[in-house]
Design a protein around this ligand. Structure first.
Ligand code: FAS
Ligand code: PHB
Length: 385
């Protein structure tokens, strides 16, 4: 088998890259280790920046997004019960769209024209400094795919970054001492916008997927096990962390998904190794507090697609040669914002009374400063590409 671009991973990054290359007439094959149903079953992000919405339109997969996406002109912050609305549209003239990552993935899967090989075992990437090729096994048979380039869209635990010689890679990481316990429930959202809540018991987030399906999170210790959280315990804890009127209005029901996501900040540099590129979670991880993970993956593959399209159309190396530096410039700004939102809203017992006072002062400053609110708003809706 031979293709122009081998894409490893059929998550949103790999599927979006494949779609953009399909539309440009660039042959590509996606190799995914899980089944399509498994990929769709992972409940993850929920908020799209306008840049990601624009990319969905460019990919000609935005019909359902336009029909079902929920435009949000702001969000609520709650700090020990004090509420503050950040008015995205009023402050920076932009907004976000609530549309689940599962739906983004589904839309891209349905539009896929190139070949996607699911349940590909033992994927390995070879000779990406020379003539690259990929191998994998399926039903005991080993296969080989020769290609011009390899796009590593295989997430944090993928094989591509792991295949780069350690001396060629620099990583930056902060692991947080907590995770997010998330619940999906078929009940109307408690509020028309998202609520990010800081409470001395821990962070909580009230989000949504539609007007009949909601997504809620509470901060839990990093070592917490989802088995020790009944639905009832989850709802009781969530209520304790919300202000009284929101807690009163909360509509609860049986969870249709419940999982714990660890929180870390992570960046790998650079993002190019000869003919291998990294994009999305394979290249970086952000704590989900700033709703940046999926959106960064989208902006990475938008840049990478442009670089590959320019390369094949104009025999140019320019985009390819600058992809890593341009993507990292945007990645680090999103890392900063995600770290800042996480530092403001979560409890860090190790920082003691002084740390909590600093968090309170940060919130009070935000509440009293339009300039500070503009900074939060312009980062949340997405900085320019
Ligand atoms: P993905 O991890 O989505 O996709 C990588 C794909 O590569 C997977 O399908 C995987 O099966 C495949 N793969 C891995 N190794 C492979 C191999 N060796 N061979 C072949 N295929 C391989 N972001 C938010 O903005 N908000 C959130 O609330 C949020 N919650 C999250 C919860 C969890 C548990 C996780 C892990 C992430 C969450 N994120 C969230 C971030 C998430 O949305 C990512 O940013 C997004 O999935 C990035 O997409 P990809 O880069 O495509 O990586
Ligand atoms: C979600 O709906 O899953 C969600 C929304 C906003 C975030 C993180 C997760 O910051």
């Amino acid at each position: 088998m031979r293709t122009q671009v081998a894409i490893i991973g059929a998550g949103p990054a790999g599927l979006m890259l494949g779609r953009l290359l399909d539309l440009a007439g660039i042959d590509n094959v996606i190799l995914e280790r899980k089944s399509a149903d498994y990929v769709l079953g992972r409940i993850r992000a929920g908020v799209l920046e306008q840049g990601s919405v624009d990319l969905m339109h460019r990919a000609q997969v935005a019909d359902r997004l336009d029909a079902e996406g929920l435009v949000h002109h702001g969000t609520d912050l709650s700090f020990d019960g004090d509420r503050l609305r950040i008015d995205f549209t009023g402050l920076v003239g932009n907004h976000v769209t609530v549309y689940g990552q599962t739906e983004v993935t589904r839309d891209l899967m349905e539009a896929r024209q190139g070949e996607t090989i699911y349940e590909a075992d033992d994927v390995a990437v070879h000779d990406f400094d020379g003539q690259p090729y990929v191998t994998w096994s399926r039903d005991g048979v080993t296969h080989r795919l020769d290609c011009d380039y390899i796009a590593g869209c295989d997430g944090y635990h993928g094989v591509c970054r792991a295949s780069v010689p350690a001396e060629a890679l620099t990583t930056f990481e902060r692991v947080y001492p907590f995770g997010w316990l998330g619940v999906l429930v078929d009940k109307p959202p408690v509020a028309h916008e998202l609520i990010y809540a800081h409470h001395e018991r821990g962070f909580a987030l009230c989000s949504q997927r539609s007007m009949t399906r909601s997504r809620y999170y509470v901060q839990v210790p990093a070592e917490e096990k989802v088995e020790s959280w009944s639905d009832e315990r989850f709802w009781d804890e969530l209520r304790l962390r919300l202000n009284s009127e929101t807690a009163e209005a909360l509509q609860t029901g049986p969870s249709i998904e419940k999982s714990i996501a660890p929180l870390r900040s992570f960046v790998a540099e650079p993002l190019r190794f000869g003919r291998l590129f990294l994009a999305g979670d394979a290249a970086h991880i952000v704590p989900p507090t700033g709703a940046k993970g999926l959106n960064l993956a989208m902006s990475d593959v938008g840049m990478l697609a442009d670089a590959l399209i320019e390369h094949y159309a104009e025999a140019s190396q320019a985009g390819i040669d600058t992809y890593s530096q341009r993507a990292l410039a945007r990645i680090w700004k999103a890392e900063r914002f995600s770290w800042w939102m996480t530092s403001l809203l979560h409890t860090f017992p190790e920082t003691g009374r002084f740390g909590r006072r600093i968090q309170r002062a940060e919130f009070d400053y935000l509440a009293g400063s339009r300039a500070a609110q503009e900074v939060l708003a312009e980062n949340y809706v997405g900085l320019p590409g």
